[in-house]
Design a protein. Structure first.
Length: 130
């Protein structure tokens, strides 16, 4: 599926090259860069241990560490579709999400944070265990 999403750029570059042949190589040169960015955000890994919560995308960057001592609560939540995906600011705080609408709202000592997941109940339970 991700190949289809990435490959839309090739016809755009070729069709643009018909009108302006000098631009096509530049546009085709962007294809590997855009593909790498896309692949870099395909998977979000969440590791919960006794000291911290680690969030990391496909290549290990961007990543975020959250001290477990700052976690006050973790509640499974269904987020609205318009919150989108990726790393973004929402009305409920920062959100890290790859796909879907399931998330865990983590209340930290100073703010809230959303973590997208396929298993919101499991992640919330892991975060609540001290």
């Amino acid at each position: 599926m991700w190949i289809l999403v990435c490959c839309w750029w090739i016809p755009v570059a070729l069709l643009t090259g018909v009108n302006d042949p000098g631009r096509a190589p530049y546009l085709l040169g962007l294809f590997p860069v855009l593909t790498l960015i896309y692949v870099g955000f395909l998977r979000l890994t969440v590791i919960v241990d006794c000291d911290e919560v680690l969030l990391a995308y496909t290549f290990g960057w961007p990543r975020r560490r959250i001290d477990r001592g700052r976690v006050i609560s973790a509640v499974p939540e269904r987020i609205p579709l318009w919150y989108g995906w990726g790393i973004r600011r929402t009305p409920k705080g920062w959100m890290w999400n790859v796909w879907g609408r399931d998330a865990v709202r983590v209340t930290l000592t100073e703010r809230e944070f959303l973590i997208g997941t396929d298993d919101p109940e499991g992640l919330a339970a892991a975060l609540r265990v001290s």
